[in-house]
Write a protein that binds this ligand. Structure first.
Ligand code: PMV
Length: 341
C-alpha cells in the first residue's frame, strides 16, 4: 500500500551530453529537434525529498536550504502538477532539495534536479512508474533530465510526441562507460546570464548555422553509437568534441549571439588540444555555460586533471576541478515511515 502523505526521497546524478540536445521541436512538451547521448557522472548529484499533503494552499520548495521563488519555483510546481494530475490528487507538496552541482552554471544541475524531483514526487504520490515513464516525466521539467534517470551512457530518442520522446541506457558491450571519466573545469560557478531555454529558442530562430548542425548531428550520433559499440574512446571523444563545437558555433551566429564561451573557456579548450598533442586522451565539451568538461580515460583522469590545473593556473587562478566517473541511475528511497514524534 502506498500512502500519498508519506514522503519519498530520490537521488539523481548529473549527466553531460557527448552528443548534444540544443533546440526544441515542441516547447511545451519539450520534444527536442535532435536525439542526444550522455554520460551520467558519479560526483555531481541532487537529492530531493517530496511530501504531499502539507497545510496551506501553495507548494513549498527549498534548494540547499534557501526558499525557491520565481521561475525556478514555477517549474517545480508545473512538474508537481503533472504528477498530481496523474495520481488524481490535489494535495500541495513540500520539496526539499540538496545539490552537489553548482546551480545553473551549465553543470547540468537541472538534469539531476528534475530527475530527482520526478522520482521523488512520483513515489510520494504513490505512482509506480517505469524508468521510461520517469524519463518522460523528468523531460517535462528539463529536457536533459530525461537522461539522468539512467546510469552510464544514455540516449534520449527525440521522438515526435510525449510517448516517443524518452531516454534509455545504451548497450555497452565492451564496458566502455566504466573506462570513461570527465574532468570538469569549473571556471565560473555563478548563474548563467542566458538560460538554456532562451538560448536554444534564439538559436533555432535566428542562427544560419542551426540547420546545418542538425543535418550533421545524425551522423555524429551514429558515429558515437558505433564508437561505443566498438569500445573506441578516440572516436567517441573526437565526435563529441566536434558536435559540441558545432553547437557553440550555432550559438555564436544567433542574433544576438548566445555567448557562453569566455576567454578562460577558450584557454581551457586550447589546453585540452595541447594535452592531446602530448599523447593524453582528452576531448572537450561545453554546455550552456563557460565551464569546460574534458572527456578522458578513467585511468588517466588524475593525470589529465593535474596537467590542466597546471596549464591553467595563470589564466584561471580561481579554477576548481571535479574528477567524475560514470555514475548510477535514479535511486528512490521510500521513507522512513517509523513513528515520527
Ligand atoms: O535540459 P536543459 O534545458 O538544461 O538543456 C541543456 C542542453 C545542453 O546541456 C546544452 C546540452 C545537453 O544535451 O545536455
Amino acid at each position: 500500500m502506498t500512502d500519498a502523505s508519506s514522503p519519498a526521497t530520490a537521488t539523481a546524478h548529473a549527466n553531460i551530453a557527448l552528443i548534444k540536445y540544443w533546440g526544441k521541436a515542441d516547447d511545451e512538451l519539450i520534444i527536442p529537434v535532435t536525439s542526444s547521448l550522455s554520460l551520467t557522472l558519479d560526483a555531481l548529484y541532487t537529492t530531493t525529498t517530496v511530501r504531499f499533503g502539507i497545510d496551506g494552499d501553495a507548494d513549498e520548495a527549498t534548494l540547499d536550504g534557501e526558499v525557491v521563488t520565481g521561475k525556478a519555483y514555477n517549474r517545480i510546481v508545473d512538474l508537481l502538477d503533472l504528477v498530481r494530475e496523474r495520481a488524481g490528487i490535489t494535495d500541495r507538496a513540500e520539496v526539499v532539495s540538496v545539490n552537489t552541482v553548482p546551480t545553473a552554471a551549465g553543470l547540468a544541475s537541472s538534469a539531476s534536479g528534475f530527475a530527482a524531483l520526478a522520482g521523488a514526487a512520483a513515489a510520494a504520490a504513490g505512482l509506480e512508474l517505469s524508468d521510461r515513464e520517469l524519463s518522460r516525466l523528468a523531460r517535462r521539467g528539463s529536457g536533459s533530465a530525461s537522461r539522468s534517470i539512467f546510469g552510464g551512457l544514455a540516449v534520449w530518442h527525440a521522438g515526435t510526441d510525449d510517448d516517443s520522446s524518452y531516454a534509455e541506457p545504451v548497450a555497452d558491450p565492451t564496458g566502455l562507460s566504466g573506462d570513461l571519466a570527465m574532468v570538469v573545469l569549473v571556471l565560473d560557478a555563478g548563474e548563467k546570464s542566458v538560460s538554456s531555454r532562451e538560448g536554444m529558442r534564439r538559436t533555432v530562430q535566428t542562427s544560419p548555422d542551426y540547420r546545418p548542425w542538425v543535418e550533421a548531428h545524425a551522423g555524429h550520433l551514429a558515429s558515437a553509437m558505433e564508437a561505443v559499440k566498438n569500445g573506441d574512446l578516440e572516436r567517441l571523444g573526437a565526435v563529441a568534441e566536434e558536435n559540441a563545437a558545432g553547437m557553440h558555433g550555432t550559438m555564436a551566429s544567433a542574433v544576438p549571439p548566445v555567448e557562453y564561451v569566455t576567454d578562460q573557456s577558450r584557454a581551457a579548450l586550447a589546453a585540452v588540444k595541447t594535452l592531446r598533442e602530448e599523447g593524453l586522451p582528452a576531448w572537450a565539451t561545453m554546455d550552456a555555460g563557460p565551464n569546460v568538461k574534458v572527456l578522458t580515460r578513467a585511468s588517466e583522469a588524475e593525470r589529465v586533471d593535474a596537467r590542466l590545473r597546471e596549464m591553467l593556473a595563470e589564466v584561471a587562478p580561481q579554477l576548481g576541478t571535479v574528477v567524475a566517473y560514470s555514475g548510477p541511475g535514479l535511486e528512490i528511497t521510500r521513507p522512513d515511515t517509523r513513528e515520527a514524534n
